[in-house]
Design a protein around this ligand. Structure first.
Ligand code: AMP
Ligand code: TRP
Length: 333
């Protein structure tokens, strides 16, 4: 039986964090067994913020190491750098002709960037969703494991696919769907209650896979809490819900049940809960951090993984571009 095609990418813009792990990588690891997986480091996407060249390279190597340390097996998937697949920018160019300025300007992540970096609103930022669509459509993928923050981008990828299909009267591109493991796609909030965990923002309230034990403990002990509920079974504020989510993701079910009951009975002690969460988090992150550090010592091995990953990802990219060129009418010889 043909395995379903899966694509996902992570930008090489900084250290990976719990949001990346639970929103994306954990699903990659689950999917690698039964799908035809293409996972890549989105280094072209990282160029929108003009990174320092040396830093970009280290970031790419680290993203690869941290993915493998989290359980991704480069023998089972194609793990590559976006910039090693020249067919991606070619498809991006083709799709740009089907993407409209008005719809791109309305994308919430674009509007956020305009607000955050008004001095650098480049065309790469505007067409970010088109490049992302090219990443996915180049393999004609059907499933895309991403966190909740990427759902809108995926909807645009479906629109571009449908537009291409309609223009050339053929079902050439399938419409890719967000992959959900069992529950909803996850969103991990920042521990200070301001937005989500992120590679470059909220750094003191984001837990990175590279954080040492004490840093993890300190960040969790400083997490935002409140006075506690004043009536039984009260609705949780988002930042408390987030702490419970982290507990559920890293602690045993009985511990989570114990604190949930305490919350529902109005006798929760957040200090105790944080201490518990800190220890479970330390136990969770430590092996990933140590393994990633080990892997990063051998840059030759990482380069080999990227090279072999690109070799695995090229054939389907070449086939897609050949098909797209023909449909468009670029077949002169
Ligand atoms: P990025 O770090 O923006 O390149 O994101 C890489 C992957 O991690 C994407 O699938 C995102 O949806 C996911 N992701 C990033 N931040 C979070 C977060 N705070 N919660 C859940 N998923 C996230
Ligand atoms: N835009 C994604 C993010 O910021 C990263 C990404 C780029 C991606 N291309 C992709 C994710 C293709 C899934 C599929 O998180």
């Amino acid at each position: 039986m043909n395995k379903e095609i899966v694509v996902s990418g992570i930008r090489s813009t900084g250290y990976l964090h719990l949001g990346n792990y639970f929103g994306a990588i954990q699903n990659y690891v689950k999917m690698q067994e039964e799908h035809n997986c293409y996972f890549f480091v989105a280094d072209y996407h990282a160029l929108t913020t003009h990174p320092d060249p040396k830093e970009l390279k280290q970031n790419v190597y680290r993203v690869v190491a941290e993915n493998i340390a989290s359980g991704l097996d480069p023998e089972k998937v194609a793990l590559y750098a976006q910039s090693d697949i020249p067919e991606i920018p070619e498809l991006y160019l083709m799709l740009n002709m089907l993407a409209y300025k008005g719809e791109l300007e309305k994308v919430p992540t674009f509007k956020d960037k305009v607000r955050l970096q008004p001095e650098n609103v480049n065309a790469g930022l505007l067409t970010y969703p088109v490049l992302m669509a090219a990443d996915i459509l180049i393999h004609r993928a059907v499933k895309v494991p991403v966190g909740k923050d990427q759902e809108q981008h995926l909807e645009m990828a479906r629109n571009f696919a449908a537009r291409f299909n309609a223009r050339y009267s053929i079902d050439f591109f399938p419409e890719p769907q967000v992959y959900r493991s069992n529950q909803d796609t996850v969103k991990i909030l920042s521990l200070d209650g301001n937005g989500k965990m992120s590679k470059s923002e909220n750094v003191n309230a984001t837990i990175y896979l590279n954080d040492d034990d004490d840093t993890i403990r300190k960040k969790i002990m400083k997490a935002k809490t409140d006075q506690g509920p004043s009536e039984p079974n009260a609705e949780m504020p988002d930042f408390i819900k987030n702490m419970f989510l982290l507990l559920q993701l890293t602690a045993t079910p009985d511990i989570t049940a114990q604190y949930t009951n305490a919350y529902n009975n109005c006798n929760i002690r957040y200090g105790d809960m944080k201490k518990q969460l800190a220890e479970d988090m330390v136990t969770f992150v430590r092996p990933i951090r140590e393994r990633a550090a080990e892997l990063q010592k051998d840059e030759n091995a990482i380069r080999k993984i990227l090279k072999e990953g690109a070799e695995k990802a090229r054939p389907s990219s070449i086939a897609t571009i050949a098909g797209a060129r023909k449909l468009i009418g670029i077949n002169y010889y």
